[in-house]
Design a protein around this ligand. Structure first.
Ligand code: ADP
Ligand code: MG
Length: 698
């Protein structure tokens, strides 16, 4: 139950003065939430300030900066009768110069009242030189002496969205601040005083009503306090989950390793050193009477699937079951295709279950699973539906973890008794972030690529040379090669991206005929599979795709990757896409088609990609370039992303947040002490209250 004292903060944003249903929609957009609440607004951080303390003379005004000046109104110049849409200008001056105030679509009556000729007014806004004259378009504020006395000397500026202006946000924020209740301190008192942190409510007041501009800098005590709150909430939630998982003692599952040996024998290659190491880690974990919670982190193409299969074989040999969950249908099918022949060779019964399976076939799979006749089930999130029952699930393997939420991870582990968890991720995450996103998991890294891989020749080519690229692709196809062509990311929506992909498909199809195929996310699953299948078997040789192929697709014979409008993609995403080639023995090429002129960051991204194939280096650079730490691109999905904390400023506190969470739960695992009870408030405020359900009842 949410502590009632928090209720005013969880009221809908429409409960604030001046916020009706129309504005609520805009706030929804601004705050990234369908039904924004008061707390969401309070956690919307300012992006700058207006400082009215310094009142420069007009000849001291720095163009482009927000200033407040004191001027006398000289003249009104409305638009000439023949050009009624021309701007309305008001000329003002002080003893050092003149400033023209410019208004579009202005009402003369209104402006004459606001700025009477001969009177003194305080005006704030951004001044610019235009035609050699100092101008201010639509001043932020125009007030007289008395009004000025009532204005805050320092005022925050916020990120906005179309049709939502600063005035709206400030008014709503005033309302939101007045709802702030007295809250118990949930941080360690000694730590708070050492860091000179204000309390939670005071921190919000200081950010939204700054006394001086520094108050709203990310490194200010107020912002840092809130960032630390957010990090602590996240770490506490992860720690609670981990504690819950560890609570039920695991069932040690050891095996002689006969199944493993059979799989190894059936493999056309030997494991790399780091694959072997990961397998050893897992086998050891499984043998312990404690639950396993291990992350296998390996760059694209590092061979995680076979590690997963061997892990599964270990529990299967002990007569138990394993599940492998992938984020997409394509991936689930692909895992299944890789695993099935190896499993067969080893005598393991494996089945595939996706959302697409219906009716009798589905029922048959579910029955066999419940009876224990299926040893390993591969699937999508269809696996954690209620009807899916296991005979004895021992191991849940989750591929590409960051696409799943924490609660989904839990749902799968609750289908068995003391289920061990193995997470596979292809996103090489810098160590600092492993902590943030996965908490205290054990880690195995696949640092080497399987032998025989050749470096990928990565080139950047301006888009206006696309005809040459098409010619080159034509030659490659006639030599029997296979290529991907990834179409531009137009928007964060597959629907819009599709138009670009279809246009390119039509174009290339005209040239190269039936050797060209198209795959995109809006396609029916069966058609998608068919297209992927044709490409995998070599029936088609050029696969036009939206980013659906980003994750995991494995066609070792494909050696060319073309990415159109590469400048629109993030670094991690480009790396993932490029990782679709260079998987076999053939020499591979990646062509990054870009539309110039490139911005500084886009240029850096493409350069890093040309220089390096090391996913870890790329991830570090990505973090540096973005600054914001949204390396996993999960900010929207809301799971591990931060609203308030900025990793480049506050990341150094992550370790402290983790240690604090750990210590706290050691002392007070059920959050029942005074500080524990206060921490429950924190979990709610930062949307981590799911974790509270994990606290053992009683
Ligand atoms: P990812 O880590 O991206 O999931 P996969 O498991 O899909 O990588 O493996 C990529 C490719 O490398 C597959 O074709 C797989 O058969 C192959 N592979 C995996 N391990 C080895 C190895 N030790 N030696 C050679 N090839 C390997
Ligand atoms: Mg994979």
């Amino acid at each position: 139950m949410r502590p009632p004292v928090l209720n005013p903060l969880f009221a809908a944003i429409t409960s604030l003065p001046g916020v009706g249903p129309k504005l609520a929609v805009l706030y929804g957009k601004l705050l990234g939430r369908d039904e924004p609440r008061v707390i969401d607004l309070l956690l919307h951080m300012p992006s700058g300030t207006i400082d009215r303390r310094a009142r420069p003379k007009l000849n001291e005004v720095v163009p482009g900066q927000v200033v407040t000046v004191s001027v006398t109104v000289e003249d009104h110049r409305g638009p000439p009768p023949n050009r009624p849409r021309a701007p309305y200008r008001v000329v003002t001056s002080d003893d050092t110069g003149t400033l023209t105030l410019t208004f579009f679509h202005a009402k003369r009556d209104y402006l004459e009242k606001l700025l009477p000729i001969g009177e003194k007014r305080y005006v704030s806004g951004t001044a610019e030189f235009y035609d050699g004259m100092l101008q201010m378009v639509h001043p932020d504020r125009v007030v007289d002496e008395k009004g000025f006395a009532d204005l805050p000397l320092v005022e925050p500026v916020y990120p906005l969205t179309e049709n939502l202006n600063l005035g709206h946000v400030r008014k709503a924020m005033d309302g939101a601040l007045s709802r702030l209740p007295d809250l118990p301190e949930w941080q360690d008192e000694a730590w708070v005083s050492r860091e000179r942190f204000p309390g939670f409510a005071d921190a919000l007041r200081s950010l939204h009503k700054p006394a001086e501009p520094h108050d709203i800098a990310p490194e200010s005590p107020a912002w840092t306090r809130l960032a630390f709150d957010e990090m602590l909430a996240g770490q506490l939630a992860l720690a609670l989950m981990r504690a819950q998982m560890r609570r039920q003692a695991g069932r040690g599952t050891s095996s002689e390793g006969q199944l493993r040996a059979r799989i190894l024998k059936a493999l056309p290659y030997t494991l790399t050193h780091s694959q072997q190491q990961a397998v050893n880690d897992i086998v050891n974990d499984l043998a312990l009477p404690q639950r396993m919670l291990r992350l296998v982190q390996g760059d694209v193409g590092s061979g995680k699937t076979v590690v997963a299969l061997i892990a599964a074989a270990t529990v299967i040999e002990a007569g138990r079951q394993a599940a492998l969950m992938a984020p997409t249908e394509i991936l689930a099918r692909q895992h299944f295709a890789t695993i099935e022949p190896l499993a067969k060779a080893a005598g393991i019964n494996v089945a595939l279950l996706t959302g697409r399976d219906r009716g009798g076939e589905r029922k048959a799979i579910l029955d066999r699973l419940a009876l224990g006749e299926i040893d390993l089930i591969v699937g999508t999130h269809a696996l954690f539906q209620d009807e899916v029952l296991f005979h004895d699930l021992a191991l849940a393997i989750v591929d590409e973890q960051h696409r799943f939420g924490v609660h989904q991870r839990l749902a799968l582990t609750q289908k068995g008794e003391a289920v061990d968890v193995l997470v596979l991720t292809a996103t090489p995450i810098p160590r600092t972030l492993v902590l943030t996103f996965f908490g205290d998991m054990d880690l195995s890294e696949l640092r080497e690529k399987p032998p025989g891989r050749q470096p990928i020749d990565t080139r950047t080519i301006p888009l206006d040379r696309v005809a040459e690229v098409e010619d080159a692709i034509g030659r490659a196809i006639s030599e029997g090669k296979r290529a991907y062509w990834v179409c531009p990311l137009v928007e964060e929506s597959e629907k819009v991206d599709l138009a670009a992909a279809e246009a390119r498909y039509e174009d290339l199809r005209q040239r190269f005929g039936a050797k060209v195929d198209l795959v995109h996310g809006k396609m029916k699953a069966a058609d998608k599979d068919a297209a992927m299948g044709r490409f995998a078997s070599g029936k088609s040789q050029l696969l036009i795709a939206t980013t659906v192929i980003e994750v995991g697709v494995d066609v070792p014979e494909a050696t060319i990757m073309v990415i159109e409008h590469a400048e629109r993609f993030g670094l991690a995403q480009l790396h993932q896409l490029r990782g679709r080639v260079g998987r076999g023995a053939g020499k591979s090429t990646c062509l990054l088609l870009y539309k110039g002129p490139l911005g500084e960051t886009a240029e850096a991204r493409l350069r890093i990609l040309r220089e390096s194939e090391d996913g870890f280096r790329i991830a570090e650079e990505d973090l540096r370039l973005r600054g914001e730490g949204d390396v996993l691109g999960t900010r929207q999905s809301g799971d591990p992303g931060f609203h308030v904390a900025r990793l480049e400023t506050h990341g150094k506190y992550l370790g402290a947040a983790r240690d604090d969470a750990k210590l706290m739960l050691e002392r007070d695992p059920n959050l029942q002490s005074e500080r524990g009870a206060a921490l429950r408030h924190l979990l709610y405020l930062f949307g981590k209250d799911e974790a509270i359900k994990l606290i053992r009842a009683g």
